[in-house]
Ligand binder design. Structure first.
Ligand SMILES: Nc1nc2c(ncn2[C@@H]2O[C@H](COP(=O)(O)OP(=O)(O)OP(=O)(O)O)[C@@H](O)[C@H]2O)c(=O)[nH]1
Length: 800
């Protein structure tokens, strides 16, 4: 049965997959997601429903300047039809029908008869059956126009309808075949329409075969599978033979052997062919550790977690120190603060938690590990220096994370301070102060004198209030490791920022493949504490090993913790064997086809601002309806480790234009599997990205010269052809090499070696100054004195 996937149909109709799924579900068609498949008859019906009504003048010029042919709008020149609720203005019906939908059925019938398409109509019990027997062969053999999406429909030799309904109220002509449609809802149980592609007479089943089928176990209604399953296992679950499943997969265009592993989505599609629902088996870890869903009523306000970012020397550390010390100076018990990676301050009965490691390295490193700890960012810009490269870098990091921020204009005590200039400069990055009509809070401060610090803290609380930051304190704790170290006296120690629940001494924690029975906890002032509430940083002792910074911490039962650690250790081993699955330009198209990626995030580093801007604009202009190119960061300078971290956190590729990665960054990129591409010509970048978007990015090949042989004699070998008796004059000749035949310095043929022999023996290689017999595939015009040049093609990785 011809199938079309929802995302294919969406593409054809110029809709996003999500829109298509929604529309189909609204129409009552049973589709789960973009990978779900639809029957021919459903596709035709849907297309009819989505038929546009406007004429070509309604298509705005340049509305769709998409490069892909499928997305180009073609005017619909059919008669006007009534609007349906699913009409899309400006989108053409890409399935031009030969039949006029508004023409009465009888008239269509006539047309068909005239065109000789319809053949004998057979009444088969209550199933009106229409086939093409006796049809005009010309019509049948005529190659229909090929269009994406309906290729399967066209491919069929004939289409036969078996409709159990009383009345057929619509029909469609496909590639010379008539399909009758009953436009009822297409929910599986409701529809009774079956479309058969096979035009041959239905074969009677042999009694023997029928009996065998009867013996078969019934097809289950629902099966449960994990993320992957072998074809054999799937067959067992579906009570089918593995061969049948292999065949089904082949029909779907997937060649799989019985023992091959297929993914969940593919298995789901196969199962849907038998109308079997598929449930995902819950992973072991999820079974052990069920996520606690907090009820809205249990949530209580929690302090905001703040990170300070900005350009080097603009005063991040000074500001953090000033805030911490001024807070201690306010007479808090506990005395001198100690550095544990984060601290809390009290302002008017409210608390603010500051992450004590300034800069976007820490911020993005956390995010790269999936830990979004920051609620608010304070962007420090020195009033005497203005916006600098790292300021811009920080802005991009903040935006990529989608975190609200406040601008602290620092060093206002300096005579040369010019806060207005900072405000002006930031407008270039769409950061506009509130007093100028924008929505960003700017606070002038001096970390040196303490001026404006209280105001800054109040503004932080204000932003926090607007965010309504809440957490449930009455549940087992969850948090994140901010810093960790191996302490000589105390063993492995980690600063944990509690995010949900309350952490108690004596709790059992897991973090990665580490466990901790909390022995003792210290707050940021070095005092022992028994418990830690949400947004509170505490130093935790009792770890089995040093947990990784950025690691997620979960409190649970000790027995469960042990099982989880064991599971994770096993997974870690498997992970190491697997290759990283990060987005690379080469793989982008594959992901895109799977509709996993619709956005290509790009980081651009270049030598001069001008070329970066040009490149950035050109790349963004490549965005189409389906694929968006996002330049998440563009800056002057070498590719740094933080760029790699940002790429890792945002699943981006890095484009270096006339710059190289720093050696640390290169190493990091390799470890993380980040695609770093270096270019010297702008159009090459654009070309590659374009190709990746169109799925055409081929690896580059470089020719590697092997050697030359001179033809000294030729022999005719029966059943083989002409073989050249040669002498290797330079280098070597390899059996698997590509060759070109040179005659008087001119290439007369290029091909591959079909045989390489030393005397009577087949050999893999013949070295310089040896004789050999060379046969060239599909080439017999070899002559004495010809030169055979051998070379191989080496794939040149496009990365780095
Ligand atoms: N006059 C004046 N100097 C300041 C102020 N804030 C910081 N400084 C000085 O600026 C210099 C840099 O301050 P830091 O706090 O180290 O800056 P940073 O941004 O943390 O720098 P890195 O840690 O190197 O990125 C130091 O000499 C500070 O004393 C301020 O408000 N006024």
């Amino acid at each position: 049965m011809a199938k079309i996937r929802v995302h294919e149909l969406a593409k054809e109709l110029g809709l996003s997959s999500k829109e298509m799924v929604n529309i189909l579900q609204d129409m009552g068609i049973d589709v789960k997601n973009h990978m779900s498949t639809m029957e021919d008859s459903q596709v035709i019906w849907v297309k009819k429903q989505l038929k546009p009504v406007e004429d070509k003048t309604q298509i705005p010029e340049g509305e769709n300047n998409d490069v892909s042919v499928e997305n180009r709008i073609r005017p619909d020149d059919r008669p006007e039809q009534p609007h349906t609720s699913y009409e899309k203005k400006g989108k053409r019906d890409v399935f031009p029908s030969a039949s006029a939908p508004n023409v009465p059925l009888s008239a269509q019938e006539d047309n068909r008869e005239k065109s000789g398409v319809a053949g004998q109509n057979k009444q088969n019990n209550m199933k009106p059956k229409r086939d093409g027997k006796g049809n005009n062969m010309k019509e049948r053999n005529k190659k229909p126009e090929k269009r994406l999406g309906d290729r399967d429909l066209i491919k069929s030799d004939s289409v036969e309808i078996i409709d159990y309904s009383d009345k057929i109220v619509d029909e469609e002509k496909i590639g010379g075949k008539i399909v009758k449609i009953k436009p009822t809802k297409f929910k599986k149980d409701e529809t009774k329409v079956e479309v058969r592609k096979d035009y041959s007479r239905p074969q009677k089943k042999s009694k023997h075969k029928k009996k065998k089928e009867d013996d078969n176990k019934p097809t289950p209604e629902i099966i449960t599978i994990e993320d992957n399953i072998t074809v054999r296992e799937l067959a067992e679950k579906l009570n089918k033979t593995p061969a049948e499943i292999v065949k089904k997969l082949m029909e779907l265009g997937t060649m799989a052997s019985i023992n091959q592993v297929i993914d969940f989505d593919t298995a789901e599609i196969v199962a849907s062919l038998y109308e079997v629902k598929v449930q995902r088996e819950i992973p072991e870890e999820e079974k052990l550790l069920q996520e606690i869903v907090d009820d809205e009523s249990q949530l209580k306000p929690r302090p905001p977690v703040v990170t300070v970012m900005g350009h080097v020397d603009h005063g991040k550390t000074s500001l953090l120190d000033r805030i911490r010390k001024s807070n201690v100076a306010l007479g808090e018990a506990g005395g001198i603060t100690q550095h544990i990676g984060a601290y809390q301050v009290n302002i008017n009965d409210s608390k603010i938690t500051f992450i004590d490691t300034p800069g976007h390295e820490a911020f993005t490193a956390m995010r790269a590990r999936g830990a979004n700890v920051t609620d608010i960012v304070v962007l420090v810009v020195a009033a005497d220096d203005g916006v600098m490269p790292q300021t811009v870098e920080a802005i991009n990091h903040i935006r990529a994370a989608g975190v609200p921020f406040i601008v602290a204009v620092n060093k206002i005590d300096k005579p040369e301070a010019n806060p207005e200039r900072v405000m002006q400069q930031l407008t270039e990055y769409n950061i506009v102060p509130e007093e100028w009509g924008g929505d960003t809070i700017f606070v002038p401060v001096s970390a040196k004198t303490g001026q404006g610090i209280d105001n800054l803290l109040e503004m932080i609380l204000l932003v926090a209030e607007m965010q309504e930051l809440k957490a449930n304190p009455d549940r087992p704790a969850e948090g994140v490791v901010i810093e960790s170290k191996l302490d000589k006296g105390r063993g492995p120690v980690a600063t944990v920022l509690v995010q949900k629940g309350t952490l108690h001494v004596g709790d059992c924690l897991v973090c990665g493949s580490n466990m901790c029975k909390v022995r003792a906890m210290m707050d940021d002032k070095g005092r022992r504490v028994e418990k830690a509430l949400p947004s509170m940083p505490v130093e935790v002792m009792g770890w089995s090993d040093v947990p990784e910074a950025g690691g997620k911490v979960i409190a649970c039962d000790e027995k469960i913790a042990k099982q989880i650690v064991e599971l994770r250790l096993n997974e870690k081993k498997l992970e190491e064997q697997k290759k990283s699955s990060r987005v690379s330009l080469d793989e982008f198209f594959k992901h895109m086809q799977d509709a996993e990626v619709k956005e290509l995030n790009v980081i651009i580093k270049g030598d001069v601002q001008g070329s970066i801007e040009a490149l950035s604009q050109s790349l963004q202009r490549l965005s189409t309806d389906e694929v968006k190119v996002n330049v998440i960061h563009a800056a002057v300078g070498a590719i740094s480790e933080t760029d790699v971290m940002l790429a890792s956190a945002s699943n981006a590729i890095i484009i270096g234009f006339n710059v190289r990665p720093e050696s640390k960054a290169r190493k990091h990129a390799e470890e993380e599997g980040i695609d770093v591409r270096l270019y010297r010509v702008i159009y090459e970048v654009i070309d590659d990205v374009k190709k990746a978007m169109a799925g055409l990015l081929e690896p580059e090949y470089r020719e590697k010269y092997l050697g030359r042989a001179e033809v000294r004699a030729t022999f005719r070998v029966p059943n083989v052809g002409i073989v050249a008796g040669c002498y290797v004059v330079e280098g070597k000749i390899q059996r698997n090499a590509n060759v070109r035949v040179l005659r008087d310095g001119v290439v007369v043929y290029e091909g591959v070696i079909s045989s390489l022999k030393r005397f009577k023996d087949d050999v893999r290689e013949v070295a310089e100054n040896y004789e050999c017999g060379i046969g060239i595939k599909d080439f017999n015009d070899i002559k004495v004195n010809d030169i055979i040049e051998a070379y191989t093609l080496e794939e040149v990785p496009r990365q780095l």
